[in-house]
Design a protein around this ligand. Structure first.
Ligand code: BV8
Length: 236
């Protein structure tokens, strides 16, 4: 490995678990307590925008108190050391950016952004005012969370950039994802077919394909060790 090695990290909710943010699946997963159909689909928003916004306001509150954990910090350091390091995330919590990563592709949007349902413009999500969880655009229309719900297309630019990056990388870390949600879950296979080594960091097995190395450990523990390893083996 040298300083020009092209490295990608694809992350999911598991990378934020040690920051106290619940994942979606698994024992404490959000989908055990809530129904996807009621909260993370365009139909749910049309049916009950206030219920959907209540859920995102609850998550904003949780995420607002969360701090980047050692996994986020190690990934930020990787970006500093390796000029060809890029991060592709399914997460909407913004913790990678909070940790210092700049080269981030957000596949599923960002919980701190909102989008006008009439004009489509994206703004910083206004804070909640009073009892109504729903924010409104200056044009008077409702705003929606600027995130990708089930059945919605991912942002074209982000997805194209992600495909470009995985096709070109030499190492692809797959960190804290159940690898169940497509098209994100298909990215490591694209990297594998392009000849990259795929390294998965996840305490549980996942259906991810093409994995060369499984590190069965929490990201907050494994990533600082991996960072130490790869930065030491990097010839100057
Ligand atoms: C699309 C919203 C097409 C934002 C999310 C059948 C019917 C309907 C649809 C489909 C279908 N089959 C396939 C589909 C497509 C569907 C899909 O893949 N469904 C799956 C479930 C079968 N995908 C879509 O609908 C996507 N859109 O395909 O559009 C299209 C094209 C053109 C035009 C129109 C449409 C949209 C997918 C995005 C959905 N939005 N979230 C939000 O509110 O967050 S998905 C949600 O799941 C999150 O974004 C999350 O990122 C994503 C994946 O979950 P993970 O991040 O992996 O989290 P999870 O909890 O599952 O796993 C955590 C992992 O971490 C576990 O493995 C655990 O072991 C590990 N872990 C735990 N602790 C740690 C750890 N690892 C390391 N360290 C730890 N400490």
């Amino acid at each position: 490995m040298n300083k020009d090695t092209r490295i990608i990290a694809l992350t999911g909710a598991g990378v934020s678990a040690e920051s106290g943010i619940p994942t979606f699946r698994g024992k404490e997963g959000l989908w055990n307590r809530y129904r996807v159909q009621d909260l993370a689909t365009p139909e749910a928003f049309t049916r009950a925008p206030d219920t959907v916004w209540e859920w995102y306001r609850y998550r904003q509150e949780l995420i607002g108190k969360a701090k980047p954990n050692p996994a986020h910090l190690a990934l930020a350091k990787m970006e500093e050391i390796f000029p060809e390091f890029y991060l592709i995330t399914q997460n909407i919590d913004g913790l990678h950016q909070k940790a210092g990563n700049k080269r981030v592709v957000e596949l599923h949007g960002n919980i701190w952004e909102a989008r006008c349902i009439a004009e489509g413009k994206i703004i910083e999500c206004p804070p909640r005012t009073g009892n109504d969880p729903v924010p409104y655009c200056t044009c008077g229309s409702m705003l929606r969370p600027n995130v990708v719900w089930f059945g919605e297309a991912l942002p074209v630019e982000a997805l194209e950039r992600a495909y470009q990056l995985v096709q070109d990388c030499e190492i692809c870390f797959v960190i804290g994802t159940s690898s169940l949600v497509y098209p994100a879950a298909g990215l490591p296979m694209v990297a594998f077919e392009a000849g990259a080594d795929i390294i998965e960091v996840n305490p549980a097995p996942s259906p991810a394909l093409g994995i060369s190395i499984h590190i069965r450990e929490k990201a907050g523990i494994a990533m600082p060790v991996i960072l130490d390893e790869i930065s030491r083996t990097k010839p100057v």
